[in-house]
Design a protein around this ligand. Sequence first.
Ligand code: ZN
Length: 238
Amino acid sequence: MQICNVQIHSACKPLHGPKCPQHALPATVRTCTLTPPRSSILSSKHTHLVCAAKGFGIEKPKTKQTGKASQAPVLEDPCPCQSGKTYKNCCQKVHLGNKAKNVEAALRARFSAFVKGQQDYIKATTHRDYFDFHYMKPQAEAAPQFDADVHCACSRVEYSDFKVTQVEPGSNDLEGFVAFAYKHASKDKAAEPEAWSVTNQKCRFLKVDDMWQFVDYQTYDYNMSQLAQDVKPEQLQK
Ligand SMILES: [Zn+2]
């Protein structure tokens, strides 16, 4: 029996069977001289194309979401007065009716009120003499302008870096002074993009009906771009 030395491609087998078509003999070794059917080549190419496309046109398998962001603990709102407490456990109590226990607490609550838009608290803790001091008008006459100013200060200004720098007793138990610094800027960045300023202020408070009220102040404003560092409290008096 004659043996052909041609090995048949597996793809060729459906066409010519296990035997070499040239010799009509069982094929056992080496190379088939026939071209594999085109359908099998296309099939092979198609497989490669599909594999290549997996990195591009075919949608990548979605990675499983860990859900870490949604599981993160919700941070409580820090108090604007920089006490390190939450707003709920600090100045909000005063805004809701608790009396400020001293001038520092009163000042902190007023600053937080500007940040939080607590306009009623700001008005309630403004002494009647403030209107003569600031507007040079009696309270009734200056009230509309004062209301507009408070609204503007609450809605159009942003504040940060609040810091109490000094607390001084007054001439009696119904008077007190507190100095502080803070940064402020217009919220309208399009109109005033470089408007961050620092204010140092020393305020006088008087206690009226068991409530500390802001009366008047000395202040020193300066532009941040003119400074290498914060102005020191002793400069307040100049
Ligand atoms: Zn506070």
